[in-house]
Design a protein around this ligand. Sequence first.
Ligand code: RRO
Length: 323
Amino acid sequence: VSLETTLAGIPLKTCVYNASGPRSGNSSALAKVAASRSGAILAKSATVSSQNGNPQPRTWHSPDDKASMNSEGLPNNGIDYYIESSTIEETLAGCKEGSTKPYMVSISGKTLDDNLAMLDKINTSPANIPLVELNLACPNVIGKPIIAYDFDQLKMILKTIQSKKYKVKLGLKLPPYLDSKHLSQAAAIINEYSSMVSYVASINTIGNALSVDPVSEAPFISSNNGLAGLSGPAVKYTALANVRQMREQLDKSIDVVGVGGIESGTDVFLFLLCGATAVQVGTCHWKEGATCFDRICNELETILQEKGYSSVQDVIGQLKPWS
Ligand code: RRO
C-alpha cells in the first residue's frame, strides 16, 4: 500500500509528519525526524530573534495520558538559525542514505512586521525551503490574543502578505474554531486568498486550559497563571470536526492538514476520511520520540491493507454519511 501524498503540490513519501513545536527546535532533534518515516520535517515556530520562552514548569501530561498542556511561550533559535544552510544540512543528514525529504519552517512573529521581516528573509534565502507555515494560533504569548480569532486582523495580515508577492508557498496553522459559524467566517476569509494560501493545518492547541494539582492546590504550570494550550487525545474530536468543515468550505486548491491528538494509524485514517491530505503529529512525538512516525506509518499500512485500500488517495475525503 502507498502512503504517498502531495502537500501544496509537493510530493511526500508518507502522509504523516511532525507538527511544529515538540522536538523541532534544533537540527539534532529534526535529524531524528528525518531518519524516521515522517514524510516531511517541520521546524519549531520561529521569531525574528532567538528567545527562551516562558518560565518553567511550562508543560504537563495528565496521569491518564489523554491530555497534555504547554505554555512554552515560543522558545526558539530565531529565524536565521532555521534557514541557515548548516541547520538544514545537519537536519537532512538524518535522512536514509540517498534520500531526502522536504524541510519546512514555521513562523510566529509577534507583529505583522515581524512576520514580513521573516518572510523577506526566507524569500531571499538561497536555502531550498518549499513551504512556510504561518502560525496564526499560538495561545501562549502573554498579553497577546490568538491572531486567527480576530477576523479583522486575519484579513489584514493575509492582504498585506499577498501584496508582497512572495515566491515561497504559504500554509496557515489555525486555532480550533469551537463554533461552526466562526469556522465558516475564517474559511470565507482564507478563500479570498486562495491564490496565496496553499494549505491550512487544523488545529493548534486549544488555548486557555488549566490543570490543577490536588496536592499543592495550585496550577501545575507556572507561567501565565497556569493557563496553557491543551493537546493530546482529548483534542482529537475538535480537530476532526475542524478538518471536516475546513475541507467542505475551503476552495479545493487549498489542502487541509489534520493535526490534534493523533497517536495511531487508525487516528490518521479518521483524519484522511475527514478530508486531510496529510497529518501532523505533535504531542505523541513529544512523548514517544521520532520512532512514533515509524509505528504510526506501519499501523496505517496495516489498516489500509485490512480494509482493502491500496493508497491513502482512495481514502481522503471519503467520509460516509451516517447510515
Ligand atoms: O511555543 C508555544 O507556547 C506554543 C506555540 Br508557538 C503554539 O503555536 N502552540 C502551542 O501550543 N504552544
